[in-house]
Design a binder for this molecule. Structure first.
Ligand SMILES: [Zn+2]
Length: 442
């Protein structure tokens, strides 16, 4: 293999001609490992499924089937990219001209709300989504729960049965979510508003969707973490929101039973319990949470092997190892060393070549099998635009420290022809430099 690429079936291809262009472009660049996304966190798939509904935009044709057939004719491999934990962003169907009001929230949110993760304040991710976009937010599945894991493994089995010629399955968002938002509010002029708010209060900010006010498109949850007063007047409020999962009743019960931990009896709310765990048993919690994700990877691996021993398993992982074990429960080097993956695509985004060399060398060292395939992922985007003249330095840096190739994130960003077709400004004209770096690296 020379190079891999992530692409998104739901938003990248309108018809067979778009797929032909994609395959031709990959052949020209020397990309021979295709990772097309089949669900992209929307809660919809690009094929007819009995587990998850089909995205409206892909009704009437079979984009994945076409990609598999056409890629194989050109000697390329196809490993469908399956988003695991992120479930329910209306963003992508919306991008293709299908309105949120037409598709609505994914049915899983009403049929199985218990599959969704609960944050440290006790909010279900359905009520307080994270990664808020302009037209909605991502909900997160409780990837540690047995029932959710069963649902996800069945979804993957169905994909393999429908597309028996795929070469493997590529996992993304195979982890928990974690980040923290802080908002400082100047309350000099807030008067009554600031007076009635107390430290420890919960605040919700909501926005109704313009086209359909019955849909609440954005919900922010905040905790009042600080209140600064001067001369009896409230000057500033600090609003905080930590996205940290999963503290549902099931997880709290299992954590105690499986690690021999007793949460003190006087603690009643989820917030009190999560706070106690994070202050008193953080290490145990971190290990237990990561083991939940590892169990899911192992279950997927087992199901794939049962279906077809030749199917490969890979994952898009955080480059910040081992920190990501603590932050998102993703112990991906141990997955590799336990034989659960066949190759890995760490997301080394927005990193300059020198640092990239250091990071790739760092995690490469942790992998015991020297022949294990590593394809670090690099991104170009309007926010981090790699200049065409810098492409080779990025890809050379990766290869110099023992990576087997590169993964480009994503087709819609690296290909100027694609962007032109979509009416978007090209980030760069990378074709010649990609050919020089991938097809003719010397
Ligand atoms: Zn849970």
């Amino acid at each position: 293999m020379k190079a891999a690429i992530w692409s998104d079936i739901i938003s990248d291809y309108r018809d067979e001609r778009d797929i032909d262009e994609f395959i031709d472009w990959c052949a020209k660049i020397g990309i021979d490992l295709l990772l097309p996304c089949v669900n992209h966190g929307t809660g919809y798939t690009c094929y007819r499924s009995s587990v998850v509904p089909m995205a409206k935009v892909d009704e009437g044709w079979d984009p994945l089937g076409l990609i598999v057939r056409k890629a194989h004719e050109r000697g390329m491999q196809v490993h469908p990219w399956v988003v695991i934990a992120s479930w329910g962003s209306p963003l992508l169907p919306h991008l293709r001209g299908v309105q949120y009001s037409e598709v609505g929230p994914p049915p899983l949110q009403s049929s199985h709300p218990e599959y969704f993760a609960v944050d440290s304040y006790g909010n279900s991710s359905i009520d307080a989504p994270s990664m808020v976009y302009s037209d909605g937010g991502n909900c997160y599945l409780d990837v540690g729960k047995e029932a959710t894991q069963g649902f996800l493994v069945d979804l993957i089995e169905e994909l393999v049965r429908k597309y028996p010629h795929i070469d493997g399955v590529h996992l993304d968002y195979i982890r928990y979510q974690r980040f923290r938002n802080v908002l400082k509010v100047d309350t000099n002029e807030a008067k009554e508003f600031a007076r009635i708010i107390k430290e420890g209060d919960s605040l919700w900010l909501m926005r109704k969707w313009e086209r359909n006010p019955d849909i609440c498109e954005t919900r922010f949850f905040f905790k009042v973490a600080g209140k600064k007063s001067e001369d009896g007047k409230v000057k500033e409020l600090t609003l905080e929101r930590e996205y940290d999962y999963c503290f549902c009743g099931d997880c709290l019960k299992r954590f105690q039973a499986e690690t021999g931990t007793d949460i003190p009896a006087g603690l009643n709310t989820t917030e009190e319990k999560s706070c106690w765990i994070l202050s008193n048993e953080k290490e145990k919690w971190t290990r237990w949470r990561a083991s939940n994700v590892t169990t899911l990877v192992r279950e997927i691996r087992r199901r794939l092997k049962d279906l077809n021993a030749g199917l490969e398993l890979s994952a898009a992982t955080f480059s910040s190892y081992p920190e990501c074990i603590e932050t998102v429960g993703q112990d991906w080097i141990s997955w590799i060393n336990d034989g659960l993956l066949d190759f890995v695509n760490p997301m080394d985004y927005m990193i300059a070549p020198d640092k990239l060399r250091e990071i790739v060398a760092g995690y490469r060292k942790g992998i015991t099998d020297e022949d294990f395939r590593v394809y670090p992922g690099i991104i170009t985007s309007p926010g981090y635009a790699i200049k065409a003249s810098e492409v080779k330095a990025h890809i050379d840096a990766i290869r110099e420290v023992g990576a087997n190739g590169v993964t480009l994130f994503a087709y819609s960003l690296w290909n100027s022809g694609f962007r032109k077709m979509k009416g978007l400004e090209a980030i760069g004209d990378y074709d010649a430099e990609l050919v020089r770096s991938i097809r003719e690296p010397k």
